[in-house]
Design a protein around this ligand. Structure first.
Ligand code: NPQ
Ligand code: MG
Length: 370
C-alpha cells in the first residue's frame, strides 16, 4: 500500500443520543483512506470519542494506527483485504482501528477489480429491514412520541435503551400506547448488576411485554450473569459488548449466556471476523443481527451488505441517515418501504462527497512507506 490517510471528521447529531454511557451530541469519526496504484478506498472507525462502550476511543485509534498498525500495512506489497486480520494479529485488541484499515484496503481492492463488497462478503438479498435505536428520553411522553414517529416512518423494529430507573415503566407505556403489533427490544449497555438477585427479579418483569430480546444487561465479561438471567426469564438474551471475537461468541453460546448475537464488525476486528461469527451462529441455529455505532453513510453501506447474509434473520440497528445526521458524507441513506437497499457498485458502493467531507473535516494526516 502506497499511502494511508487519517481524516478526522465531526458530524453533529440531529438530537443528543443518551445511553448508559452518557450523552452524545456529535459523532467524532476517524476515516481512513487507502491509496494504492490501481484505486483508492475508504474505511470508517466506529469508536466513540470516550472509552465507554469499550476501551477504544477515537484519539487512541488514530494513535495505534499511526504507531503500530499502519506500518504493518504500508510495508506489504501483496496486500489483500482478506488477510488484514492475519497481518495485524501481532497487535492485541484495537478491533475498531483494525476494522477501519480492513475496510479501506478492501474498498480499494474491490474497486480495482470492480467487485462489490456485498458479493465479497456473501450477501444473498438486495434489501434489509430497517431498525432503529432510541436513546434514553427526557420523559416517557417524549419517548412515546419519538417511537410513534419511527413506526410512522416505516421502521420494522424499535430498540430502546434502558438503565436502572428507566426500564419497566417506559416499556409498559410503549406497549400500552402503541400496542403489541410492533417488534420491540431493549438494550441495557451493561448498566445492570447480575450480583444482586433483586436486579435479576427486576429484569424478569420485562417478560410481560413480548420483547424480541434483552440486549447486554450486564458487563462485557459477565457471561455467567447473563447465563443466570437466561435461565430465569423467557425473553431471549442478546449479547453485544461481550462478544469480541468468534471464540467469545462460541464461549457465550456454550455457557447459555445468550440465544441471539448482535454482530458489529468494529467490535470483533473486521468484516471477515463478523462473517465468521455469522457462520458459526448459523451452524448452531442461532440468529444474528447487525448492530450500529452511529456510522456515517460509509460504515452504513458496509453494514447493510453484511446484514444481507443469510443468517441475519432479525432486523438490525440500520436506520436512515436522517435518524442521526442532517448532513451525511455520502448520498443519504433513505428507507424504501421500511428497508435499506444493498449497494451493488464496486467496493462499498457509495461515494464520499468531497465538498461535504471537507466542510466537516478537522484534520488530515498522511502516512507513507518509511
Ligand atoms: C449499542 N449503538 O448497540 C450501540 C451503542 C452506542 C445504535 O444503539 C457514539 C458512537 C455514541 C457509538 C452510543 C446503538 C454511541 C455509539 C451508543 C454506540 O449498544
Ligand atoms: Mg448494544
Amino acid at each position: 500500500m502506497k499511502e494511508l490517510q487519517l481524516h478526522r471528521v465531526r458530524l453533529p447529531l440531529v438530537s443528543p443520543f443518551r445511553t448508559a454511557y452518557g450523552i452524545q451530541t456529535v459523532k467524532d469519526v476517524l476515516l481512513v483512506k487507502a491509496v494504492a496504484d490501481e484505486a483508492e478506498g475508504w474505511g470508517e472507525c466506529v469508536a466513540m470519542s470516550f472509552p465507554g462502550y469499550s476501551s477504544e476511543y477515537t484519539d487512541a485509534a488514530a494513535l495505534v494506527i499511526k504507531a503500530h498498525l499502519a506500518p504493518l500495512i504500508l510495508a506489504a506489497d501483496d496486500l489483500s483485504g482478506s488477510d488484514i486480520t492475519e497481518r495485524l494479529s501481532s497487535v492485541i485488541g484495537h478491533n475498531m482501528a483494525k476494522t477501519a484499515l480492513e475496510m479501506a484496503v478492501l474498498d480499494a481492492e474491490l474497486r480495482a477489480s470492480g467487485q462489490s463488497f456485498g458479493s465479497w462478503i456473501g450477501s444473498v438479498t438486495d434489501r434489509v429491514p430497517a431498525g432503529v435505536s432510541t436513546g434514553i428520553a427526557a420523559s416517557i411522553t417524549e419517548l412515546v412520541q419519538t417511537v410513534g414517529g419511527y413506526l410512522d416512518d416505516g421502521y420494522r423494529r424499535v430498540k430502546i435503551k434502558i438503565q436502572p430507573g428507566w426500564d419497566i415503566e417506559p416499556v409498559a407505556v410503549l406497549r400500552r400506547e402503541l400496542g403489541e403489533d410492533f417488534v420491540l427490544q431493549v438494550d441495557g449497555n451493561g448498566a445492570y448488576s447480575s450480583g444482586s438477585s433483586g436486579e435479576l427479579d427486576h429484569l424478569a418483569q420485562l417478560d410481560r411485554f413480548a420483547l424480541a430480546m434483552i440486549e447486554q444487561p450486564f458487563a462485557p465479561a459477565d457471561l455467567l450473569g447473563h447465563a443466570r438471567l437466561a435461565r430465569q426469564i423467557s425473553t431471549p438474551i442478546c449479547l453485544d459488548e461481550s462478544v469480541s471475537s468468534p471464540s467469545t461468541a462460541e464461549t457465550a453460546l456454550a455457557l447459555g449466556a445468550c440465544s441471539v448475537i448482535n454482530v458489529k464488525a468494529g467490535r470483533v476486528g473486521g468484516y471477515g471476523e463478523a462473517r465468521r461469527i455469522h457462520d458459526l451462529c448459523r451452524e448452531r441455529g442461532v440468529a444474528v443481527w447487525c448492530g450500529g455505532m452511529l456510522e456515517t453513510g460509509l460504515g452504513r453501506a458496509a453494514n447493510v451488505a453484511l446484514a444481507a447474509l443469510p443468517n441475519f434473520t432479525l432486523p438490525g440497528d440500520l436506520s436512515a441517515s436522517e435518524r442521526y445526521f442532517s448532513q451525511d458524507i455520502t448520498e443519504p441513506w433513505r428507507l424504501v418501504d421500511g428497508h435499506l437497499t444493498v449497494p451493488d457498485g464496486p467496493g462499498f458502493g457509495v461515494e464520499i462527497k468531497a465538498d461535504i467531507l471537507e466542510s466537516l473535516t478537522t484534520s488530515v494526516e498522511y502516512l507513507s512507506r518509511p
